[in-house]
Design a binder for this molecule. Structure first.
Ligand SMILES: [Zn+2]
Ligand SMILES: [Zn+2]
Length: 351
């Protein structure tokens, strides 16, 4: 089969590789019908995730058709359409029993696809713990919209909105309006905040943020987001700010901004994948009663989000700006990596 193979920082290619095989009886092999590229894949290509070895097939998001099942798989048969979650779950370890699947203790649990085992940017993929790591695609739902449930929607919702504890009436600041920031905005508006403030350097992304529910947009190359938020809240001697800020970029400057934007007692939810150390100005923050959360998605919210997508309350198709064939990965990566120039959000590659 063909697959997108990582060859060390800065290098990847669409190579001929051996077909995946069942290695544990709880595995399945899925024919990939649609897959996508994540910002995390760009971090891998920058060398930010040294656990990813040369020769690894990238990708952790897919919708596909079950091709082969191991003898221990109970709920799936060849021909079933499934969402392959970005997180695999053994279902039995201490963390899985707490629905904290992202922290699964099993060797092939947690985020493993395209990380520590071969991933989904391929014609076929082996999925471990298939019964507890895939979701059936509802009849009538398109591959593309369900694909947004593999990572982007649960990440924005769980690691941003739920971890940040968004409540009715809150002012929510979202730093970064890429796909995951937009997913956080779409998730935040389910809780009736008073304002969602989207902050980004790209006007195209800020327009998308409006579509997903941001009522205030700030291009921080032109405007100071802290001032905009203080104008919304009343300055109160410089002590006010957002109730919740969500960091959806993964850079030192955006994390520091997210910390500065919250009021005393505010909550900062970091979603961004960081490739280096970040400064936390505790000399300023120790007195401000803030809470900082970090996390990897568990995809425990996927069934809920799937209902919201199939009922039309979240327009998952709106994330997709570019479409390619499976053999057009080089071009798709170029478009996705240069999102600022071409307005790309999610790119979908389909069979
Ligand atoms: Zn991802
Ligand atoms: Zn587990």
């Amino acid at each position: 089969m063909r697959a997108l193979v990582y060859h060390g920082p800065g290098h990847k290619s669409w190579d001929e590789v051996p077909d995946p095989e069942i290695s544990a009886d709880t595995d399945i092999i899925v024919q990939v019908d649609a897959t996508t590229i994540c910002g995390t894949d760009l971090h891998i290509l920058k060398g930010d995730l040294p656990k990813v070895r040369n020769g690894r097939i990238l990708g952790h998001e897919a919708v596909g058709t079950v091709d082969e099942v191991g003898d221990g798989v109970r709920t799936l048969t060849p021909g079933d359409r499934v969402l392959v979650s970005s997180v695999s779950a053994c279902g039995t370890c201490q963390f899985c029993r707490q629905a904290r699947y992202g922290q699964c203790l099993s060797g092939e649990g947690g985020w493993v696809l395209g990380h520590t085992i071969d991933g989904t940017q391929a014609e076929y993929v082996r999925v471990p713990f298939a019964d507890t790591s895939t979701f059936r695609v509802p009849d009538g739902a398109s591959d593309e919209e369900i694909l947004m449930l593999a990572d982007v929607l649960p990440t924005g919702y769980e690691v941003g909105v739920l971890a940040g504890g968004v409540r009715p009436g809150d002012i929510v600041a979202v730093v970064g309006a890429g796909p995951v920031g937009l997913a956080a905005i779409a998730g935040a508006q389910l809780f009736s905040p008073s304002h969602i403030v989207a902050i980004d350097l790209s006007d195209a992304r800020l327009e998308a943020a409006k579509y997903f529910g941001a009522d205030v947009i700030v291009n921080n190359s032109r405007e100071n987001p802290l001032q905009v938020i203080r104008d919304l809240t009343g300055d109160l001697a410089g002590r006010f700010g957002a109730d919740v800020s969500i960091e959806a970029v993964g850079l030192p400057a955006t994390f520091e901004m997210a910390v500065k934007l919250v009021r005393p007692g505010g909550r900062i939810a970091n979603i961004g994948v960081h490739g280096g150390a970040v400064t936390l100005h505790l000399d300023e923050q120790w007195i401000r009663d803030i809470t900082i959360t970090t996390g990897l998605k568990d995809t425990s919210s996927t069934p809920t989000l799937m209902r919201l997508v199939t009922s039309g309350q979240i327009d998952a198709k709106r994330f997709i700006t570019h479409r390619f064939g499976l053999d057009e990965f080089e071009e798709a990566y170029d478009v996705f990596a240069n999102a600022a120039d071409n307005g790309a959000l999610k790119v979908v590659l389909s069979r």
